[in-house]
Design a protein around this ligand. Structure first.
Ligand code: 5RP
Length: 290
């Protein structure tokens, strides 16, 4: 029995301060569970509302991609400068130190590679996602690809179902269908399909024309992939224009790990994404950090 001697009467009821109900800071995620929101708040910085995700999952379709031959040497030193690491479970278990504390967005599907037809994927067992303590699951959806559209959409639906049970958000990754133009109309459709099927956030590509429409019609946050390696200043401009058009962050890979100075690039991208640096100022930061 608890000792009541010296029991102190409760008195700090804060009668003059109603308990706050704070709106969740990420669009379209207000009505999700506490676990989903908490994990999203680890990936997205609640102050800026934005995220710099470092993508290094390329090997699952491309093999030893340039810059990722030795993930331990090239990616591990960058992790502390990212808000989130996006990788496969194989890389996670083999080279990422379990002592690191950044959230993981786990690539949660796999299947065909660049040697055959891309995107005919199956999803991982969700128990494995829990075992590695992932904060989000990334699943590809290949809109417009006859061979894989249905299976990849089912993959997303299944993953969202599992994620809702376990409180883990899902990142819908828009693949580029072979027969569809890579324009705002296509990415508008693909991002919307991901969101409608329950993704908490969606990854897509920036388009020079109409990207603000892609963002506006998507009811959940959008992060952009960097795509193929560009000169550093152009990559910073890409990130800047995407953020200006309403993107909530970047999930960049090659433009970081294939850069001449990946660490400087991480810092410059974070300057754009979190602090609103212009491409000129961010490129200056890159050069200062080199
Ligand atoms: C492939 C992916 C990659 O992670 C994505 O393309 C990001 O990398 P990059 O900036 O190099 O394009 O999701 O499915």
């Amino acid at each position: 029995m608890a000792d009541m001697d010296g029991f102190k009467e409760a008195s700090a009821y804060g009668f003059d301060q109603p308990q706050k109900n704070e709106a969740f800071f990420l669009k379209g995620n207000e009505n999700r569970g506490w676990g989903v929101k908490n994990r999203l708040a680890r990936i997205f910085n609640p102050k800026s509302g934005h995220t710099v995700m470092l993508a290094c999952d390329h090997g699952f379709i491309m093999g030893p991609t340039s810059g990722l031959e030795r993930v331990d040497l090239t990616i591990n030193p960058l992790i502390e400068y990212a808000d989130c690491l996006m990788c496969t479970r194989g890389i996670l278990r083999s080279v990422i130190p379990p002592t690191m504390s950044k959230p993981i967005c786990l690539r949660s599907d796999g299947g065909t590679t660049i040697l055959t037809d891309l995107n005919l994927n199956r999803v991982y067992d969700v128990e494995d996602v829990v075992r590695v303590n992932a904060s989000a699951m990334a699943v590809m959806v290949a809109c417009g690809d006859k061979a894989s559209e249905m299976i990849t959409t089912q993959n997303l639906v299944h993953t969202v179902d599992m994620g809702e049970k376990l409180g883990i958000p899902v990142l819908g990754v828009t693949a580029v269908g072979k027969d569809m133009a890579r324009d705002a109309r296509y990415f508008g459709l693909a991002t919307r399909v991901c969101a409608e099927n329950g993704a908490s956030f969606v990854k897509t590509y920036y388009t020079e024309e109409g990207f603000e429409k892609v963002v506006a019609q998507c009811p959940v946050p959008i992060v952009i992939a960097g795509g193929k390696k560009l000169p550093e200043e152009q990559a910073l401009e890409l990130a800047y224009k995407a953020i200006q058009a309403g993107a909530a962050g970047v999930d960049m890979g090659r433009n970081v790990f294939q850069s001449a100075k990946p660490l400087a690039m991480m810092k410059a991208i974070a300057g754009v994404v979190h602090n609103g640096l212009t491409p000129k100022d961010a490129f200056q930061l890159y050069n200062d950090e080199k």
